[in-house]
Design a protein around this ligand. Structure first.
Ligand SMILES: *Cc1c(COP(=O)(O)O)cnc(C)c1O
Length: 435
């Protein structure tokens, strides 16, 4: 076996000390010479299809093979990697790395405009590894009081006992965020679009605060995806995703990713290695296949959500609609040129409260009533009895979760069909049944 012939472990010399140097040669990857390494300046539609694909030299397969193996034959490159501490760049054991991971990681890194990415077994695995890897005991983290529930629980339940103090703020209030920063602040963790109120914080502003504080800015870009915004271009240091949502796009897998400069991602990768949240090769394949259509799906979901939000804003059965395209307080600083769109999520309050909202959902014939988001199929749920059910009514109203609030993850169905279904269900729930 000669794996150096197909590019694994290429360039390794025993005793190389590059891994200790900040300006080491290895600034992207891990990647083999078989992976398509495309210019980051290509359009996202092109990168989504082609970036990272493993071109199999033996069969000429057009797609990345599934490297369904837990371990790899040891050869000189593997021993060199052990000696150099370069375990991330040579296939040795799948928890450390696997070519199936490398392909999908390169695709995501290319889309986010990053040097490197690490794929994980869930979004929470990526977020937990990132938070632990980029902070130390005695440090301080600033995040939003309405971050994703799993993230909130991690920050609230696990960080204090791990010696990291956390302050929760309104993500749209830059003054409050600046005021929360302390000398020991190491991490700012925010979402490019929040759940369920769809607040879009000013990423450029957050990046300025992080820089002044000497802290790192982590952006969870799950709701917008790199098709709509690339936080690294706006000054963020790390982007994390629940790839379970839009990146996968078909509600058929659980995965996560952290991406950014290689020196940061290497640290996150080492944490993933220790926590054990590696991504299985079969799921890598599903995720890579899903991302090939990301740009197409997001374009349609952007349009469908705007159309649905527009309809809802005109409905007599709807109290309020939340969607960044409708503008709103706190969004003044956003530059339109930074965003291609605002994704497929719409929040709205059914007039008359939770009971009416429940009835409305039961009358829908197309969308599924389910939690999660980002798939090709529309999903609806109520934050009050799902994602945010552990909050008190007062905590909910602080966040803005009013009675009757529905979270609608718009799919790629025909928007006329969707609007008609919503219209009929609203009318039935709010009029017919009240008679
Ligand atoms: C779903 C979600 C997560 C968690 O991802 P999992 O894949 O379920 O672990 C994190 N952040 C956001 C914004 C999410 O929507």
């Amino acid at each position: 076996m000669d794996r150096t012939a197909i590019g694994f472990g290429e360039g390794h010399t025993p005793g190389a000390e590059w891994f200790d140097e900040l300006r080491r040669r290895r600034i992207k990857g891990p990647i083999s010479t078989q992976n398509r390494s495309l210019s980051r300046s290509l359009a996202p539609e092109t990168l989504a299809v082609h970036a990272g694909t493993y071109e199999d030299p033996i069969t000429g397969a057009v797609g990345t093979p599934i490297f369904q193996t837990s371990t790899f034959l040891l050869d000189q490159a593997s021993y060199d990697a052990f000696a150099d501490g370069a375990l991330r760049d040579v296939p040795i054991y799948s928890r450390y790395g696997n070519p199936s991971q490398w392909s999908v990681q390169e695709k995501i890194a290319a889309l986010e405009g990053a040097e490197s990415a690490v794929a994980t077994s869930s979004g929470m695995a990526a977020i937990a590894a990132t938070v632990y890897a980029l902070t130390n005991c005695g440090s301080h983290i600033v995040s939003a009081y309405d971050v994703y529930g799993g993230t909130y629980n991690l920050l609230r339940e696990d960080m204090p006992s791990a010696g990291r103090d956390v302050t929760f703020v309104d993500p749209l209030d830059l003054d409050a965020i600046r005021a929360a920063v302390r000398p020991e602040t190491q991490l700012l963790l925010f979402e490019s679009l929040t759940n369920p109120m769809l607040k879009a914080p000013d990423i450029r502003g957050l990046a300025r605060i992080a820089e002044e504080a000497g802290a790192l800015l982590v952006i969870d870009n799950t709701f917008l995806t790199p098709i709509n915004v690339r936080p690294l271009d706006l000054g963020a240091d790390i982007v994390v995703h629940s790839a379970t949502k839009y990146l996968g796009g078909h509600s058929d897998l659980t995965a996560g990713v952290a991406t950014g400069r290689r020196k940061f991602v290497d640290r996150i990768w080492a944490q993933v290695l220790r926590f054990g949240g590696t991504l299985d090769p079969l799921v890598c394949f599903l995720l890579e296949r899903g991302i090939k259509t990301l740009a197409l799906r997001i374009r349609v979901q952007n349009e469908n959500a705007v159309a649905l939000a527009g309809y809802l804003a005109s409905s007599p059965y709807v109290e309020a609609v939340h969607h960044p395209a409708l503008g709103g307080k706190g969004h003044e600083a956003l530059r339109p040129e930074d965003y291609r769109g605002f994704g497929g999520m719409v929040g709205f309050e059914v007039a008359g409260g939770d009971e009416r909202a429940l009835r409305f959902m039961s009358h829908l014939t197309l969308p599924y009533v389910a939690t999660s988001l980002g798939g090709v199929e529309s999903l609806v749920s109520m934050p009050a009895n799902t994602s945010h059910s552990s909050l008190t009514r007062r905590q909910m109203s602080t966040i803005g979760i009013n009675p009757g609030l529905i979270r609608f993850s718009v799919g790629i169905e025909n928007v006329g069909d969707l609007v008609e279904d919503v219209q009929t269900a609203l009318k039935t729930a709010c009029e017919v049944e009240d008679r």
